[in-house]
Design a protein around this ligand. Structure first.
Ligand SMILES: [Zn+2]
Length: 872
């Protein structure tokens, strides 16, 4: 025991800077390193009726040390006919739990080249892992169709073909498939040859450059495509038949984005073509497969007549993120999943930078400072990461990943959003050009290979001359982030001190961060910077009567708590303060209320003192915070009191904007109007409810009469105050439409019903095939949240565990059930969840269970505080 404690203590002290530059031999992973695949030739023939496939592959191997055994990955495959250098392998062993296939050669394999040949059969899945299928209604004809797609990240390439399925085992992949005669097939590389064979068409693709197995892709179906080119690269967007025209916007922006990255990275996009596919189901989000990116349909298609402004922005942002991965992730790949943030934090930052550059009117960086609200837009948001990162259940950006299941848990807000937000802070500290030159050096040094975080820091240090690894360590190797306390002293001095910012727990670890501080003294023209390396630091020459604003424009990943004198001075400057700084103050104030450092009144006083404005980011911050408060007040008498106050705050902004679009208004006005209508409607504003009813009547007569941005709030509000007939109407509309975007709006609205009978009907939709599986399963969480009846949602999930989990993809498998508990605020539910998890869930769900338990406890305490404070 004592020994163990001692070891733990040493580990804690030496944990920072422990990482080494990329080295294949010492990269973590399960597979032995003495055998490396160099070239795969894979042949796959799907059987769409039986939902199985037959496959064979030959793999060229480079044996570096003599061995008898080959150890590689396979999952849910039946392997037969294993041959090595043309001789049958007599002994093959399959370890299903560890997804390992061990082949023992009849004689020792000598160093040098060898060839492995395997035959196998596998399954076509209903959920987005390995090879999967999706069903959809065809646009125009309404005919029921099926398509095939793959999703491999993190560890599911092994479900399509046996392989060395760890990112450091790069190889060239050459794929051949047999598809029905009238189907189109798409993979990473262009088609080399095609020929007619029995049962369809055999399509042979060109071999890929050296890459990781999780980036292989294969999709096939009855598709349409639109094409163009940029900088000598052939661009193509592929959709299911009838939807090609909605791909024009994606095609246009991809050309802009790819050209920008060609310049930024200094190495042109390395393949001859870039395919992007809009897939109506099977998985959600998007996946950066090299040369063949897949997207859930609504993340790629934009129909100018019917899509909302939010969809347009999402499409741009997601493309910018995925195309950035073609370099950062695909050309250079993280060595192991503990550095997933290198891929995701970077692509998120780069995608946002690119989106902001070409679309300044969207104010994307500002919107990234808004708090989390899963029902709103899917932006990659700094505040979301900071909320999660303040809780005890957070982790360092760089985290230990031992198993495949752990790899899937790593795709969270910390990895994406804190990673992005740290890179933004670092870029502004090093300077834009210096940072870009460091990135160029890094890409050049590691192209067609792998890397670790330290490799990136080294490249940035060499170019900038600054100790980047030293500054970064606190941010990427420690959990959490700091709050800087500001205290006025005599003689124009201001004392700053840092501590970890925590919600719902106390931290005794005494972490320190090297904070690239920015601050502005009122009256001065430019902001000053200071690297705060110690626990405390003193600013000199800050006049006692001048306001001091730290974290200029909220670009830094820290909070600032001002003493009373400083806060008063700051409040007095509010009328002239720019929008980003206003949003920053609101975000910090709201976090302090959640923390318990300040009462609700501290936040509402700030809200009340803000100048009237229709700035989207300011009002969205307030709308989201008010929405959270409202959910926590469910079932209390205080709720109506709060709603009356909230209506009074929000209504003047809607009156200023008007309930109908105006010619020449900025895109942000339309988004804000939609948010205000939805929130005011939910808060019971009678005029707004009337407007929504009128809009819906008009919509039924002529859909074009209601602008796309106003449709989701209109549907939600008429359902909230509607009955069984309203539910029926929305459901019929949802069943009828072939547009994935419209369908989502109708079904999202259904979740706003509050009559228990209707709630049951909404939940039951999850088990039908009306929605793509990846969307259907989220209906349960959506209902839990919007109806304020998580109890009904949970009862339903418990009763239908098996069919529900059969629809969940790899990324959500561990967290799906625990996350349903995050809508409760009764502490008794914590025990219930833990008992349930022990009996029914795997070890990989342990972390999601902890997160949900902490969230329930936090919500319980916060609710109690809010009720008392509102009563007062
Ligand atoms: Zn990504």
């Amino acid at each position: 025991m004592r020994f163990a404690l001692l070891v733990y203590f040493c580990a804690a002290v030496t944990a920072l800077h422990a990482e080494q530059p990329f080295d294949f031999a010492s990269t973590p992973g399960k597979l032995p390193k003495q055998v490396r695949p160099t070239d795969y030739a894979i042949w796959i023939k799907p059987d769409i009726k039986k939902l199985t496939f037959a496959g064979r592959e030959t793999v060229k191997l480079n044996v570096e040390q003599a061995t008898f055994q080959l150890v590689l990955n396979a999952a849910d495959l039946t392997v037969s006919d294993a041959q090595l250098d043309g001789k049958i392998i007599p002994r093959t062993k399959f370890d299903a739990e560890n997804e390992l296939l061990t082949l023992t050669a009849p004689e020792e394999l000598t160093p040098g080249e060898h060839t492995l040949a395997l035959k196998f059969i596998g399954k076509i899945n209903q959920f987005g892992r390995g090879l999967f299928y999706g069903k959809y209604q065809e646009q125009g004809t309404g005919a029921k169709k099926i398509f095939l797609g793959t999703q491999f990240e993190a560890t599911d390439a092994r479900r399509l073909f046996p392989c060395w399925d760890e990112p450091a085992f790069r190889a060239r992949f050459q794929l051949t498939t047999v598809v029905p005669e009238n189907w189109m097939a798409v993979s990473n590389m262009p088609v080399a040859t095609e020929k007619k064979v029995s049962g369809g068409r055999e399509v042979e693709f060109q071999p890929s450059p050296s890459m990781s197995s999780y980036l292989v892709v294969f999709c096939a179906g009855e598709f349409d495509a639109v094409e163009s080119d940029v900088d000598g690269v052939k661009l193509r967007i592929t959709t299911t038949r009838g939807k090609g025209e909605s791909a024009r916007y994606a095609l246009e922006v991809t050309a802009q984005i790819l050209h920008y990255y060609n310049e930024y990275f200094g190495i042109p996009y390395p393949l001859s073509k870039l395919d992007q596919l809009a897939i109506p189901g099977g998985f959600g989000g998007a996946m950066e497969n090299w040369g063949g990116i897949t997207y859930y349909e609504t993340a790629l298609l934009f129909d100018p007549a019917n899509s909302s402004a939010a969809t347009k922005q999402t499409v741009y942002e997601v493309i910018a993120h995925e195309v950035a991965h073609q370099w950062f992730g695909d050309l250079v790949t993280m060595a192991w999943w503990d550095n997933l943030w290198l891929n995701e934090g970077f692509a998120s930052w780069m995608g946002t930078k690119c989106t902001a550059r070409f679309n300044p009117q969207w104010e994307v960086w500002l919107q990234k400072n808004l708090p989390r609200d899963p029902t709103r837009r899917t932006g990659i948001v700094k505040e979301q990461a900071m909320e999660g990162d303040a809780h005890v259940t957070t982790h360092a950006i760089q985290q230990k990943i031992e198993t495949e299941a752990d790899a899937n848990n790593a795709f969270d807000d910390i990895t994406y959003k804190k990673g992005q937000s740290f890179l933004r802070m670092l870029e502004s500290f090093l300077g834009e050009e210096s940072f870009r030159d460091g990135i160029r050096r890094y890409i050049e040094a590691h192209k067609y290979s792998n890397s670790t975080t330290v490799d990136l820091w080294n490249a940035l240090s060499e170019v900038s001359g600054k100790p980047v690894a030293d500054i970064a360590a606190g941010w990427t190797e420690q959990p959490g982030f700091p709050v800087v306390n500001v205290k006025r002293e005599t003689n124009n001095k201001v004392a700053l001190s840092q501590e970890r910012f925590t919600i719902n727990f106390r931290d005794n670890a005494h972490f320190t961060w090297k904070i690239p501080l920015t601050y502005l003294i009122d009256g001065q023209s430019a902001a000053a910077t200071l690297l705060m390396s110690e626990k405390t630091v003193t600013l000199e020459d800050v006049p006692a009567d001048r306001a001091l604003k730290l974290n200029v424009e909220g670009a830094g990943n820290y909070r600032v708590a001002y003493d009373e004198a400083s806060w008063k001075l700051l409040l007095a400057t509010l009328p002239g303060m720019n929008v980003p700084d206003q949003v920053n103050l609101l975000s910090d104030a709201w976090a302090f209320v959640q923390e318990g450092r300040q009462p609700l009144k501290f936040y509402t006083d700030l809200v009340d003192r803000l100048p009237a404005s229709t700035a989207l980011a300011v009002r969205e911050q307030i709308i989201n915070s008010f929405g959270s408060i409202d959910h926590l007040l469910a079932g209390t008498a205080e709720r109506e009191l709060f709603r009356r106050y909230a209506r009074g705050v929000l209504r003047p902004t809607l009156d200023a904007l008007g309930t109908q679009p105006k010619a020449d208004e900025p895109a942000t006005a339309s988004l804000l109007r939609a948010s205000l209508i939805q929130q005011l409607g939910l808060f019971g504003d009678e005029d707004v409810i009337k407007t929504c009813r009128q809009n819906f009547d008009n919509y039924l007569k002529n859909p074009a009469s209601v602008p796309p941005d106003l449709r989701p709030p209109t549907f939600a509000i008429i359902m909230r105050y509607g009955d069984a007939t309203t539910w029926q109407k929305l459901h019929e509309l949802g069943l009828k439409t072939a547009s994935t975007e419209d369908k989502q709006y109708y079904y999202d609205a259904i979740a706003f019903a509050i009559d228990p009978k209707l709630i049951q009907k909404s939940l039951a939709i999850t088990l039908t095939d009306e929605l793509p599986t990846s969307r259907a399963v989220f209906m349960v969480a959506k209902v839990a949240r919007e109806s304020d009846r998580p109890d009904l949602a949970w009862e339903f999930a418990k009763k239908n565990l098996k069919p529900l989990l059969a629809k969940v993809d790899a990324l959500n498998a561990n967290s799906y059930l625990p996350s349903l508990f995050a809508f409760f605020f009764d502490p008794a539910r914590i025990e219930e969840l833990k008992t349930f998890a022990k009996k029914n869930l795997s070890e990989a769900s342990r972390k999601p269970v902890e997160i949900a338990s902490d969230e329930i406890q936090f919500r319980a305490d916060f609710r109690k505080r809010l009720i008392e404070q509102i009563r007062q």
